[in-house]
Write a protein that binds this ligand. Structure first.
Ligand SMILES: NC(=O)c1ccc[n+]([C@@H]2O[C@H](COP(=O)([O-])OP(=O)(O)OC[C@H]3O[C@@H](n4cnc5c(N)ncnc54)[C@H](OP(=O)(O)O)[C@@H]3O)[C@@H](O)[C@H]2O)c1
Length: 298
């Protein structure tokens, strides 16, 4: 059996990692670049993105190992521009890692008028993946890896299709848990739609990782206090990136699709994250909310 934390040859492969300027995304991008991949770092902040791309290039010891595309996952027009720029820059795309995510204590809305956690964690990645799908299909075997979370376990009542924008009730961790449930359901339906195409889709929980997650005033009160107290016990970002790197690179999971991984192993997510009907419904609603024309979806 191959080493689950092993380094595989990624030379000649192109990987897009969203939110690669910090935390798990940075380590994922840097590790894959170190294996020889050409990495497209995406970030919403140009300065942070440039700094990260330079650090990843330096760590890989190769000029041009990482290039930057700047866009905001919480702004659908920006996601479309970002996808166009990626398509202009890379003739092939072997792996897309949907990594970026936020947890927000207070309800805010994006420029599109959507609740921000749901928009950044699900709608943005949903649109981006669909816009990059033809390029992934043309580069088979290809992979879509989506960073979800064990926090989906708290979303016992499922997606709450009657209040997807959390207008009636907002509790930061609850909304975050549902957005991570959306990541798993999205992966389930994406894998179903991609069956037989040579493009796989898997999601994962990275562990509890010492990153910028919940920092910068995004999380306040009890949540911020809890994160601060528990922080020393969290995994390092390098360890937190292992399952993302494994799913992006290991031959052991070539052809494996529609699964949820924890510690590099396929794991059953909670019952409400295995609901294929909810996965189909979420896909349809997301197509409408993102304005994705039916012809361009998977
Ligand atoms: N840390 C954990 O314990 C843990 C546990 C389970 C799951 N996760 C998941 O792991 C993933 C990575 O998080 P992390 O822990 O590494 O946190 P992080 O250090 O805060 O990284 C999150 C990344 O997402 C980016 N991002 C946030 N909003 C964005 C937007 N609107 N558009 C584009 N990029 C945006 C951030 O950019 P900025 O630097 O500009 O904010 C940052 O690069 C997330 O999906 C998170 O839900 C983390």
């Amino acid at each position: 059996m191959p080493d689950r934390q092993g380094k595989f040859d990624m030379q000649g492969k192109t990987v897009v990692v969203t939110g690669a300027n910090s935390g798990i995304g940075f380590e994922t991008a840097a590790t894959l670049a170190g294996m020889g991949a050409r990495v497209v770092v995406t970030a919403r902040n140009a300065d942070k993105g440039r700094e990260a791309a330079a650090a990843i290039g330096a760590r890989a010891g190769r000029d041009g190992a990482a290039q930057l595309v700047v866009f905001d996952l919480g702004d659908l027009a920006s996601v479309r521009r970002g996808a166009d720029e990626i398509l202009d820059q890379v003739p092939r795309l072997d792996v897309l890692v949907n990594n970026a995510g936020v947890v927000l204590t207070e309800r805010t809305e994006t420029v599109d008028g959507y609740e921000a956690t749901f928009a950044v964690n699900h709608l943005g990645p949903f649109l981006l993946t669909n816009l990059l799908l033809d390029r992934l299909r043309a580069s088979t075997p290809a992979r879509v890896v989506t960073v979800a979370s064990a926090a989906h376990g708290a979303a016992r009542r499922g997606m709450r299709f009657d209040d997807l924008q959390s207008e009636h009730h907002y509790r930061g961790m609850g909304v975050y848990g549902r957005s991570k449930l959306a990541n798993i359901l999205f992966t389930l339906e994406l894998a179903r739609r991609l069956e037989g195409t040579g493009v796989t889709a898997n999601s994962l929980h990275p562990g509890t990782v010492r990153t910028g997650y919940g920092a910068d005033g995004d999380a306040r009160g009890f949540l911020a206090f809890g994160i601060k107290v528990a922080r020393p016990f969290f995994l390092s970002p390098a360890k937190g990136a292992r399952t993302s790197v494994f799913l992006a690179s290991s031959p052991e999971v070539a052809g494996v699709s529609g699964q949820y991984f924890v510690k590099c192993r396929p794991t059953q997510p909670r019952r409400w994250a295995r609901d294929t009907e909810a996965a189909r419904r979420l896909w349809q609603v997301s197509e409408q909310l993102t304005g994705l024309a039916a012809g361009r979806a998977a």
